[in-house]
Design a protein. Structure first.
Length: 86
C-alpha cells in the first residue's frame, strides 16, 4: 500500500517511520535535533503551499527522508487507515 502525502507525492506505507505535528514537533530537543540533522544532510522535501502542518519521516534502503506536508497529521492518519491509501 501507499500513502498519498499531498500534491503528487506518494510513499510506500511500510517506509513510514513517524508522523510529527509541526505545531509541537520542535518542542522536543530530540525531534528538533533530528530536524536539524536532516536539514543539514539535504533530506527534507517541502511539499506544501503555505505552512507545513505535518512531517512524515520515511526510511528505506537509501536512508531517511522527511516530507513536510500541508496535510494535518489527522488527515494522514485517515488516509493510512483506508484499505487503499492512494
Amino acid at each position: 500500500m501507499y500513502l498519498h502525502l499531498g500534491q503528487d507525492y506518494i510513499v510506500p506505507s511500510q517506509s513510514v517511520v513517524a508522523v510529527f505535528d509541526m505545531d509541537t514537533a520542535t518542542v522536543s530537543k530530540r525531534t528538533a535535533a533530528l530536524l536539524e540533522r536532516l536539514q543539514q544532510e539535504g533530506r527534507i522535501l517541502e511539499i506544501y503551499d503555505d505552512l507545513p502542518r505535518a512531517a512524515v519521516l520515511c526510511e528505506d534502503g537509501l536512508g531517511e527522508m522527511l516530507y513536510l506536508t500541508g496535510l494535518s497529521p489527522q488527515a494522514l492518519q485517515r488516509r493510512a487507515e483506508k484499505k487503499y491509501a492512494i
